[in-house]
Design a protein around this ligand. Structure first.
Ligand SMILES: Cc1ncc(COP(=O)(O)O)c(C=O)c1O
Length: 404
């Protein structure tokens, strides 16, 4: 077997590949699904007479807020339709907490504020928290959300935990879907710990389902049931629905988080791009149409996930395991030995770029050097096949220490 893997790898080397699997981006054919947006005509005035060409409506035009409230199951008055980036909204919310604080307790006045960070997670979340001087406390994900035993111990061991950031559906990169019970338990443990602890739910993959994705009670309803709306923030965007960097972002939050975000945005921006909001409202009209649109995305993405999985299945079990997500943009491979960085280097030598090892952990350090994030959506199937063949050979070369 080692000879055949080495042989296979050498012939892949000869192909001089150049394939980038580092970021979870939509493919051009997915972007084509929204081409109508490039030329859609919008009226200068909305149904209720708002002039989209001028300043005004800092919380977004009513029809866009209505769309956001349908998606997030939140009341319109608690929903903001903003610019194109939910990450920007997350940063604004963190900054508002740093400067002003939930319940009037700014994080800047706390000596060593800390955040619960489910791992593996999204590198840009860790970057934002780090920039604000927040210590990150990793808590592992199980297959249906956070390990609540470890969460409980972490809460008991630390003072000054000011927040918890999570991607509750098709988590980046593990694909976890947090169960309702898991979310309710998180609410119970953390709100007992502190009513000032902010729950930041980054719902980037809220509607990015493949077939067989299980349902989930909306976070808004769970937060309402657990009486934690004041400390809850939910964000999503159209970045992987229409255009990356050209969609709309939405926020929903209870009185506490809503007024914080509103306060900081009032200082930062006079109003969002209402023309783009109007385009999206005209394009989609309602949630039902958005879901139909997402099924078209799924029809493009699902075969790529299946192709990736079919090749990963050929790697001997003793080398590691991989996730089988029902949506989102990533598949994770977890090695048994601490060889993730080595595998990624081997892939690079064959012209295949994978997200750097450790990127899915705070400070870029995976304590076990074992989690690898694969992003199969952007490249076309023939290139994807080659890239995952390289990956599969690289895993075995590193695991069995095969000479090449
Ligand atoms: C978990 C998560 N949040 C946020 C984003 C970025 O979203 P946006 O484009 O709305 O800022 C991404 C994109 O990769 C993501 O994976």
């Amino acid at each position: 077997m080692p000879e055949s893997i080495a042989q296979q790898f050498k012939s892949l080397l000869d192909e001089k590949l150049s394939i980038d699997l580092t970021r979870g981006k939509p493919s051009p054919s997915q972007l084509d699904l929204s081409n109508e947006l490039l030329s859609i005509a919008v009226e200068p005035l909305t149904e209720d007479g708002t002039d989209i060409r001028n300043y005004g409506e800092p919380l977004g035009i009513y029809q866009a807020r209505e769309l956001g409230s349908e998606l997030l199951d939140s009341p319109i008055e608690n929903t903001i339709a903003a610019e194109q980036s939910s990450l920007l909204l997350s940063y604004q919310l963190l900054l508002a907490n740093h400067l002003f604080g939930l319940n009037g307790k700014p994080w800047k006045d706390i000596k060593n504020p800390k955040f619960i960070c489910p791992t593996p997670g999204f590198d840009r979340h860790f970057r934002m928290l780090d920039e604000l001087g927040i210590e990150m406390l990793p808590v592992p994900l199980t297959s249906d959300g956070l390990d609540t035993n470890i969460l409980q111990t972490t809460l008991a061991e630390h003072s000054d935990i000011v927040g918890l950031i999570s991607v509750p559906r098709h988590s980046n990169p593990s694909g976890d879907i947090y169960s309702d019970d898991n979310i309710l338990k998180i609410f119970e443990l953390c709100s007992e710990y502190s009513k000032d602890l902010v729950f930041l739910f980054d719902h980037a993959y809220l509607i990015h389902d493949l077939s067989n994705a299980p349902s989930q009670t909306p976070i808004w309803l769970l937060a309402e049931q657990a009486k934690v709306l004041n400390q809850t923030a939910i964000l999503t965007s159209f970045s992987k629905v229409t255009f990356g960097g050209g969609g709309l972002a939405f926020f929903a939050g209870g009185e506490g988080t809503f007024s914080l975000l509103k306060k900081i945005r009032d200082s930062m921006i006079i109003c969002p791009d209402k023309v783009n909001q109007s385009r999206h409202v005209t394009f989609f009209k309602n949630k039902a149409n958005i879901i139909i649109h997402m099924q078209k995305h799924a029809a493009i993405i699902e075969p790529k996930f299946e192709l990736t999985t079919s090749i990963l299945k050929t790697i001997p079990h003793e080398c590691g395991t991989f996730s089988s997500p029902t949506g989102g943009y990533f598949i994770t491979y977890k090695t048994v030995k601490p060889i993730a960085a080595k595998i990624i280097d081997i892939c690079k030598s064959a012209g295949v770029l994978i997200t750097p090892a450790g990127a899915t952990f705070p400070h870029g350090i995976d304590p076990n050097d074992s989690v690898i994030r694969l992003a199969p959506t952007f490249v076309e199937a023939d290139k994807l096949q080659k890239a995952i063949e390289v990956f599969s050979a690289a895993v075995q070369i590193a695991h069995f220490d095969i000479e090449i």
